[in-house]
Design a protein around this ligand. Structure first.
Ligand code: RNT
Ligand code: ZN
Length: 419
């Protein structure tokens, strides 16, 4: 039997099996097809970007590893992303950072960025059927230091306020161009390596800076704010903590970004979803994989991601939760890292969409807690993987492990030639 026949045959059987539990597999597949993952452009080049500032000083973020073949310019990033898109089903988005503008070899400082630096991206994205998202970039700059938007020094603070305002304007232009809101994420690393006696002071400054940044109302972009437990080199104190941004977003009606690597390792990010949905309009996710700390390892299908997807699906919140990825592993094939992460995220959502939730809820309502737990256990080994193969097959992308060979081929023919 040909592989395709095996998959199609298996699918029909799996469909019947799920139907016995009241699950409509075709509906689940349709919803999965509509799940648009915001793919982070920065895995392609280890968060380097295309500024020509002549100095990479100023921290805030760190990629580790030196696997050969990273994208060196816009054309290479686009080429890599195009390749990645041939290996994953569905329609996705691309998440850009301000440092990825088309600066044409000129020096364009962060307080000078504008929409024209992104028209090339907009055109290209349109041709590829991609929508774009955006981020302001406060790290990796001589003025990054320990404090940007929360800096008591007005000159430095104003520089970053100007940058962030400009980024919102760029996001607005992108959103207008693509006829779909561009989601702009704001994350600043502001904090202190050692004990500070000014926790309140910096947070009040950040609050005021944000209010200034958000003065203009836009119709084609949406703001989201991302908290973090701590940054490397800034371990004692983070101005933009989770409490800070959660309060700010609830109060100012902004989108909360939850990066799954930005919490205590024992915290459940999945459980935050149904809490936040009560109080904020939408949620943005940065799905990552923290190993001991916010290490930004490649997203895989683990319990954390599976539970996260389940809470979103159970809350029927696929239209209120934006799913983005955020990791940067420079130690393995970078395209491979993309494909693993995107596929793992899709698999987690497929599992969630195939959950016999109605039946589980019935057991729960009837007080049948043993039955609920037993069914949750059984659901783990239902033939979702057959449905996954069918999803890949019918979306004309490599089935199962077949994508490995495609990545190897691309490495042989393209990325290994980048010196
Ligand atoms: C950093 C944050 C942030 C960045 C990107 C590049 O800890 O997660 O989202 O990873 O903006
Ligand atoms: Zn993030």
């Amino acid at each position: 039997m040909k592989k395709e026949e095996i998959i199609r045959g298996g699918y029909e059987i799996a469909k019947e099996r799920y139907a016995t539990l009241g699950v409509n597999v075709d509906l689940a597949l349709e919803k999965l097809r509509q799940l648009s993952v915001s793919i982070h452009c920065w895995q392609a080049d280890d968060v380097t970007g295309f500024e020509n500032l002549g100095s990479l000083s100023g921290g805030g973020i760190m990629a580790t590893g030196n696997y050969p073949g990273k994208a060196r310019n816009i054309d290479e990033i686009r080429q890599d992303i195009e390749k990645v898109l041939t290996l994953v089903g569905g329609n996705h988005r691309l998440n850009l950072h301000a440092i990825y503008g088309d600066f044409g070899g000129r020096i364009v400082d962060r307080d000078q960025v504008e929409a024209t630096h992104f028209t090339g991206w907009m055109q290209w994205a349109k041709e590829k059927g991609l929508k774009l998202d955006f981020n302001s970039t406060s790290f990796g700059h001589p003025k990054s230091g320990d404090l940007t938007l929360a800096n008591p020094d007005k000159a430095i603070r104003d520089f970053w306020i100007e940058h962030t305002k400009r980024c919102r304007r760029i996001a607005e232009a992108i959103g207008q161009f693509q006829g779909d809101p561009c989601i702009m994420n704001l994350w600043v690393h502001d904090g202190m390596k050692d004990l500070t006696v000014n926790r309140y002071c910096y947070r009040r400054i950040l609050e005021q800076s944000l209010d200034e940044v958000f003065t203009e109302e836009y119709a084609h972009m949406k703001d989201c704010l991302e908290a973090k437990l701590f940054g490397i080199g800034l371990e004692s104190y983070t101005v933009g903590s989770y409490d800070f941004y959660l309060s700010y977003c609830v109060n100012r009606k902004k989108i909360v970004t939850l990066d799954t690597g930005h919490f205590h390792l024992s915290e459940s990010i999945a459980d935050k979803i149904p809490s936040l949905l009560c109080f904020v309009p939408e949620i943005m996710l940065h799905v990552s994989r923290p190993i001991r700390w916010d290490s930004d390892h490649v997203t895989i299908l683990n319990d954390d991601v599976a539970e996260l997807a389940k809470e979103i699906v159970r809350a029927e919140a696929l239209n209120r939760v934006h799913v983005g990825l955020d990791y940067f592993d420079a130690s393995i094939n970078r395209l491979g890292a993309y494909v693993i992460g995107i596929r793992a995220t899709q698999k987690a959502f497929l599992q969630a969409l195939l959950e016999p939730t109605a039946l589980l809820r019935k057991q729960e309502a009837d007080g049948h807690y043993f039955e609920r737990l037993a069914l949750l256990e059984e659901a783990k080994s239902l033939p979702w993987n057959v449905v996954w193969d069918y999803f890949c097959l019918t979306n004309n992308v490599a089935v199962g492990e077949d994508y490995i060979a495609e990545i190897q081929k691309y490495e042989r023919e393209v990325t290994s030639k980048r010196k």
